[in-house]
Design a protein around this ligand. Structure first.
Ligand code: SF4
Length: 294
């Protein structure tokens, strides 16, 4: 598109992205919508470096929604390995089944149809529509929210998420041209992930430093109280992870006594087993616990 003498915020970020973007495989031009969808499921709670090998292996094994839908859910939970929040593996398997049943095995492009799939919320639906199909939608993740809060609003941190407000803030910066909009969605995320990071923003290397409202205001400190991160050690999450690791490795029922050798607190172990069964990640049978084989 022709440029005016005064580039927009999006122009600056997109120009930077053209040379600074990490070469992530799900951004490749020829990538399938299914590959994009899998990447978005995996990236929801997990860092890029941990996602990369699992994403590659997943798509080698299940290159289409139909391939995953034909496998037992247990295989998906095993292949998810230690990416964390393993319900995402079950949801992805269920979404693949829905894609086969409702859409002939093709990932749908419309936000409403994407939102109707298991495990897909407002962020993922927009991300798939924008990145896989090139549709012009604002896509806002945590990194984008931080960039906009600082550069546009002059605040150190974005505060609590609000889908409507966050989408409106991104929409106000989004280029009209769909391809430039798609790039800006990815570029703003990348800027937040690699330059405008939560703890140590590299303002000296930032393409929008001259326009940044937070820098212009003298980098005011964050006034909001810090949230303490929940401890993993000793948490129910840790116990669930230990149980799932046992079930993944076993390929046969694992009884309660065997699981008791892996975690001494019986009450906490039973609570973890109860939530795993309730989530569909484990099945209780006469001989013990298994992953969901069907
Ligand atoms: Fe973030 Fe600094 Fe860039 Fe502003 S100048 S957007 S605070 S990295």
């Amino acid at each position: 598109m022709p440029r005016t003498a005064d580039p927009s915020f999006a122009d600056l970020v997109n120009d930077w992205f053209a040379h600074a973007a990490r070469p992530l495989p799900w951004r490749a031009a020829e990538i399938s919508p299914w590959a994009v969808l899998v990447s978005e499921f995996m990236l929801q709670q997990t860092q890029v470096a941990r996602v990369l090998p699992r994403w590659t292996a997943w798509l080698e094994r299940w290159p289409t929604p139909a391939a995953l839908a034909a496998a037992p859910p247990a295989d998906a939970v095993r292949a998810w390995d230690r990416l964390g929040y393993p319900r995402r593996a079950l949801w992805l398997h269920e979404a693949a089944t829905e894609i086969v049943e409702r859409h002939g095995g093709e990932v749908p492009a419309s936000i409403d149809e994407l939102l109707a799939l298991k495990g897909i919320g407002p962020y993922t639906a927009r991300a798939v529509a924008a990145f896989a199909f090139g549709e012009r939608h604002p896509v806002v993740d945590t990194n984008t929210r931080r960039v906009l809060a600082r550069a546009i609003e002059g605040r150190a941190h974005a505060g609590a998420p609000s889908t409507a407000r966050d989408l409106a803030a991104m929409d106000a910066q989004l280029p009209l041209d769909p391809e430039a909009a798609r790039r800006f969605n990815a570029a703003a995320m990348e800027l937040g992930a690699t330059v405008c990071t939560a703890r140590t923003p590299d303002c000296g290397g930032c393409p929008v430093r001259q326009r940044c409202a937070w820098v212009a205001a003298g980098c005011p400190a964050d006034e909001t109280p810090k949230r303490r991160q929940a401890r993993y050690e000793g948490s129910d999450r840790q116990v669930r992870g230990i149980v799932l690791a046992e079930l993944r490795a076993a390929h046969r029922p694992v009884d309660r006594a065997a699981l008791g050798t892996r975690w001494a607190d019986a009450e906490q172990l039973d609570r973890a087993l109860g939530t795993l069964v309730a989530d569909g990640l484990a099945v209780a049978g006469a001989d013990g616990y298994t992953l969901p084989e069907a």
